[in-house]
Design a protein around this ligand. Structure first.
Ligand code: FAD
Ligand code: DHB
Length: 390
């Protein structure tokens, strides 16, 4: 194979980039380890920043999202039995977020790739980038037991946290920053009407809880659990009971329960790898960074990487100007660290640390009291939640 850009990973990052590039006449091949059904079966993010929404539209993939996605102008924080609202639109001059699941985003991107006959190779085994610091890098893989090879100008590592791309950067070049939190999120998807039209983030003595949604008939709920818990430990009944205990009474009373159609535990981690470029390899999305999910920044951060990378490639291929690609790592990381800070702050604000002291608890309560007594603090939260500018 010959192409301009080989993209490793057919998640939202890789698909979005290949779609944007194709529309400007820049060729790419996407190599995905799993089947399409597997990628579409993963239930993950649900809240899109307006910057992501605009990028989907620019990629020609916004029609169904604009029809079926829900605009949210605010969300709630439950604490000490009360429910306070953050008015996103008021504090940001009208910015909002869109509730539209990652599964739907990925499906729309796959359909757009199909419609343009974009090359997405599934079940590519043993993908390996080569010659990263040479003018003609290449990628090898196996397909149905046969060795394959693609030569290109650039390789994009959009293969998630466990991918091969980041690992192909020499360890004396790559610096990794990591913080692992002492709890996880147990998530349940259920075909029940959401308990609230807007999201509710709950801080409670028993631990964090989140009421989210995918549509008027599909709810997504999470509770903080110890890292030692396994999904098998949690029956649906136990999950609903624990969720209710962490919500204000009037909210719990209105909660409609039902069988879970998906249930999983995710660990919480802050992680950044620097730099995001090595020779002709560029890292994007979860391959380069992970945020704890509180605040819904993971997928949105992948989108801002893709925005910078896309514009870098446009300048390089259409104007012969490589300044954008050269500045990619620095530009992307500046925004990444701000989202890392926000996700870390919001995680600390709302979770119960298992080893937390009474002093920690009082400081946490003061943080919440300050938030709801200060317009400036609410504006800061709102500005970060809708997404910092690209
Ligand atoms: P991914 O979606 O991970 O895609 C990478 C792709 O590369 C995958 O399809 C993978 O199969 C493929 N791949 C991996 N290795 C290779 C290889 N060697 N060769 C070829 N292909 C490979 N974010 C939120 O904002 N809100 C949430 O609620 C939320 N929940 C999450 C729950 C879980 C369990 C996880 C893991 C993440 C969650 N996230 C959430 C984060 C969000 O889903 C990610 O930030 C987003 O998926 C990043 O997209 P990506 O394309 O960069 O990576
Ligand atoms: C969802 C996940 C989040 O991490 C979040 O902050 C908001 C919503 C969700 O899956 O719906």
């Amino acid at each position: 194979h010959q192409t301009q850009v080989v993209i490793v990973g057919g998640g939202p990052s890789g698909l979005l980039l290949s779609q944007l590039l194709h529309r400007k006449g820049i060729s790419s091949i996407v190599l995905e380890k799993h089947t399409r059904a597997h990628v579409l079966g993963r239930i993950r993010a649900g809240v899109l920043e307006h910057g992501f929404v605009n990028l989907m539209r620019e990629a020609g993939c916004g029609a169904r999202m604009d029809r079926e996605g829900e605009i949210h102008e605010g969300f709630h924080i439950a604490h000490q039995g009360q429910l306070d609202r953050i008015d996103l639109a008021k504090h940001t001059g009208g910015d909002t977020v869109m509730v539209y699941g990652q599964t739907e985003v990925t499906r729309d991107l796959y359909e757009a790739r199909d419609a343009m006959s974009g090359v997405v190779i599934h079940e590519a085994q043993n993908v390996q980038p080569h010659a990263l610091t040479e003018a003609r890098p290449f990628v090898t893989w196996e397909q149905d037991g046969e060795a394959q090879r693609a030569e290109c100008d650039f390789i994009v590592g959009a293969d998630g946290f466990h991918g091969v791309s980041r690992k192909s950067i020499p360890s004396d070049v790559l610096k990794e920053y990591e913080k692992v939190y002492p709890f996880g999120w147990l998530g349940v998807l259920s075909e029940t009407p959401p308990v609230s039209e807007e999201l509710i983030y709950a801080r409670h003595e028993r631990g964090f809880a989140l009421c989210s949604l995918r549509s008027r008939t599909l709810s997504r709920y999470y509770i903080q659990v110890p890292l030692t818990d396994r999904v098998e430990d949690w029956s649906d009944a136990a999950f609903w009971q624990e969720l209710k205990r962490r919500l204000p009474d009037e909210v719990a009373a209105g909660l409609q329960t039902g069988p879970s159609i998906e249930k999983s535990i995710a660990p919480l981690r802050s992680f950044v790898a620097e730099p995001m470029r090595y020779g002709n390899l560029f890292l994007a999305g979860d391959a380069a960074h992970i945020v704890p999910p509180t605040g819904a920044k993971g997928l949105n951060l992948a989108a801002s990487d893709i925005y910078y990378l896309y514009h870098g490639f446009l300048d390089h291929y259409l104007k012969g100007d490589s300044a954008g690609l050269d500045a990619y790592s620095e530009k992307a990381l500046a925004r990444v660290w701000k989202a890392e800070r926000f996700s870390w702050w919001m995680t600390n604000l709302l979770h119960r640390a298992p080893e937390g002291s009474e002093t920690d608890l009082r400081l946490q309560r003061a943080d919440l009291d300050y938030l709801f007594s200060s317009d400036a603090a609410q504006a800061s939260l709102a500005e970060n939640y809708v997404g910092l500018p690209y």
